[in-house]
Write a protein that binds this ligand. Structure first.
Ligand code: ADP
Ligand code: MG
Length: 219
């Protein structure tokens, strides 16, 4: 993986978030406080703004910088949760790097290494937010995607079928939030009234996963 790819992925995520303003806004207006789009946009723009600076770092250090930037720019519940994802992924990837980084050089990671990094990121969200699957949060997308990713990558599956499966898994995760009662986050106060609504954080995670997978499949 090259830092160049991380920057391209951050830009693809930014475009996808900006293109889905109405969706994200209205989902959080229905079962939250309506700021989820603004939070995601603020985060995505902040990362795009530091793209040039990120280019000087090894991939794992760039991911850590992204986490720190998100922590200081996104308010709300989602900021610290997403920040902890990137910082934990950075830490796992750094532990798999054994050579000194040379600027712009490719850092060799297997798909299994990257899947392990993704799974560590999701684990960090679980720990930080004290939530798990079935609580109508972003984790209803992230946990199944992490599980599939680790499974397929350790089976040496090719990148395109991995991406196709992960995109489908993320979509199923989004839909699964619709019939759930929220037990974490703002929507938890709504009880049964949250039923019938998709969780905004689950939707934004699905959009981000689809943006990165699409980029990988085009490469
Ligand atoms: P806030 O809830 O503070 O207004 P956002 O609107 O930006 O923040 O984010 C809301 C999203 O955060 C929810 O849709 C949900 O997916 C996610 N979320 C909230 N609490 C948790 C938690 N404890 N664990 C995981 N995700 C959570
Ligand atoms: Mg909100």
């Amino acid at each position: 993986m090259k830092t160049e790819f991380i920057i391209a992925a951050a830009k693809a995520i930014q475009q996808s978030i900006l293109a889905n303003e109405n969706t994200l806004e209205s989902l959080d207006r229905a079962i939250g406080d309506g700021d989820h789009y603004i939070n995601m946009k603020r985060g995505a723009n902040a990362i795009a703004d530091i793209a040039e600076e990120l280019a000087n770092f090894a991939p794992s250090d760039a991911l850590n910088k992204i986490g720190l930037k998100l922590l200081s720019t996104i308010g709300g519940a989602s900021g610290p949760l997403l920040a902890s994802f990137f910082m934990a992924m950075a830490k796992t990837l750094a532990s798999q790097t054994h050579k000194e980084y040379v600027l712009n050089e490719n850092v060799e990671y297997s798909a299994a290494d990257i899947a392990a990094g993704f799974a560590a990121g999701v684990q960090a969200i679980i720990q930080r937010g004290k939530a798990n699957i079935g609580e109508k949060t972003m984790l209803d997308v992230l946990i199944p995607v992490a599980n599939q990713f680790v499974l397929l990558a350790t089976q040496n599956c090719e990148i395109n079928p991995i991406c196709t499966t992960l995109m489908q898994t993320a979509e199923q995760g989004v839909i699964s939030t619709k019939d759930l009662i929220a037990t974490k986050g703002r929507a938890a106060g709504l009880g049964e009234r949250a039923i019938g609504h998709i969780d905004p954080g689950a939707k934004s995670c699905q959009l981000m996963i689809a943006a990165v997978c699409t980029l990988l499949m085009e490469a």
